[in-house]
Write a protein that binds this ligand. Sequence first.
Ligand code: ME8
Length: 516
Amino acid sequence: MTPKSRVYLTTPIYYATGAPHIGHAYTTLLADALARYHRQRGAEVHFLTGTDEHGQKIQEEASRREIRPIELCDEMAERFRQAWSDLEVGHDRFIRTTEPEHVAVVRALLERLHARDLIYEDLYRGWYCVHEERYWTTKDLTPEGNCPDCNRPVREIEEKNWFFRMSRFQDDLIRHIEENPGWIHPENRRNEVLGFLRQPLGDLSISRPRTRLDWGIPIPWDEEHVTYVWVDALTNYLTASGRIHPGAPEGEQGFEAGADESWWPADLHIIGKDILTTHAVYWPTLLMGAGLPLPQRILAHGWWVVGDAKMSKSIGNVVDPLELRSEFGVDAVRWYLLREMPTGGDASYTRERFLTRYDELANILGNLASRVTSMVVRYRDGALSKDAPSHALDDAIDRTLAVYHEKMEALRVHEAFAAAMELAREANGFVEAREPWAQARDPKQAEALDETLASLLRVLGVLAALFHPTIPAKAELLAEAVGFARTPTLDEARGTSPGGRSVTKLSPLFPKPERG
Ligand code: ME8
C-alpha cells in the first residue's frame, strides 16, 4: 500500500473527572504508535487528543469538590497533559471543549442543522440516567428498571427538548456501512452497529434544559437550553480539523463542498468499544445532516480488565500507568500495553504478565543490543570497515518489514510489534549459530566475523526503526549506539551500510527492576 501523505488521527476526549488509568493510556498510546508509524513513513500527521469538559458529570464532580466546574477542568486538563507528556505521547493538538473556538464551532454546527430544518422542538417524556446523561425508553431499562449502560437507577422526567432528525439518515448510514466494509474495525463491532440499526432509529435529543444542567454550550437560538454533551464532545474532531470558520459569512464557513486545506475528514477515530454507538451512529448522521464528509475509519478497541474484574474506583483496583512508569520506566508501560492487547480484543492486566512482557524486552531486544554493540567494540574497535559485507540477515529483515507494514495498515498493531520482536529473536539465533566469539579467535575467519557483525548492526538499525512507534526513547538510544545521529526511518535503516559508522557499547537498555 502506498503510504498516505496526510493523516489525521484522534483519540476520544476524556472526561475531566477522573485521573487517567491504563484504559485511557492504551487508547492514547495506540494513537501515538500509529502517529509515529505514519510520520516515519513520511506522512504529515495531525494527532488530536483532549478533554471533554461540559455536562452533568463534570458539574456534579465540581459541586462535590466545592469548586467551580472550570476549576475542575483546568486541573484535570493539566493532569491529562502531564500524563501524556510522562508517557512520551507526541500529540499535535490537545483540545478542551471549553475553548472559545470549540464553543463557536458547536454553535455553528447547530445553526447549520437548524437552518436545514433538521432540528425541531418536542416534549420528551421518559427515563433519564444522570450518570450516562442519556434518555431511555421503558423497554431499554434492565429488568430491575435501571440504566442499561451503568445499571444505576433512572429518573422519570418530562421536559421540552430540541431534537435532531437522526431517523432520516438511518438508510444512508446502513448503506454507507455496507458499502465500506472496513469503515468500522474490527468486524464484530461493525456487525454490532448493523444489528443496532436493524431497529428503527429514533431522533436524537440534542439539548438539556438549563434548569437542570447549566454547564454546557447554550443552544444558539434558545438560551434556556444547553447542548447535549455528546453533540458538543463529538464536534471536537471537527473543531480541531480547522475546517469550520464560525466567524465567516454564511456560505463560507466550511460546510460547503470544495477545496479545503483543513484536516477534515479524519482518517481514523480511535475509541474504546464503550462509545461505539455515539461514534458510528450519532456522529456520522450529524455530519450527514450538515453535509460534511464522514471520517474514513473507526477503530473500536477492546476493554482492559484487571485480573478478571472490571477496573473501577469503587473496587479500588484501578491501574495507574504513571505508577508503573515510576517503577519500571516508560518503555515498559508502552510496550506492555501495546503488545499485550490484541488490537480490537480485550485484555487483562496482571503484574505477572507485565513482568513477562518486560522480560521479553530485556532478554530479547536488550540482550541482542548489548551483545552486538559490545562485540563490535571488543573485536573491531567500535567500527567495521566501510566495505564489510552486511547482507546475511536481509531475508529476515524483508520478511519482517512486509508483515510489519501489512499489520499496521490492517490496524493489528500488536502483531506488527510481535513481528519486530521476532526479528530480534531471529538475530539472537543468528548470533548463536555464527558464534562470533569463535570466529574472533580464528584469523582465517576475519571476513566472516565482519559479515556477522555488520549484518547484526544492520538489523539493530532496522529494529530501532521498528520499535520507534512503541518505545521511542529506547529506540533512539539504540540507533545512536549503532552510529545514527537519530532514529532512522525503516528505509534508511534497511538501505544504509553499517560499515564505517562508529558503534558504542550500550549499557542494558532494560535494566532488571526490583521485583516486589
Ligand atoms: O467516554 N479499557 O470519556 P471517558 C480500555 N468523554 N479502554 C478504556 C477503558 C478500559 N477499561 N476505560 C476507558 C468518554 N477507556 C467521552 C468521550 S469522545 C468525543 C467523548 C478509554 O473518559 C477508551 O478509549 O469515559 C474509552 O472509549 C474512553 O477511555 C472513555 O473515556
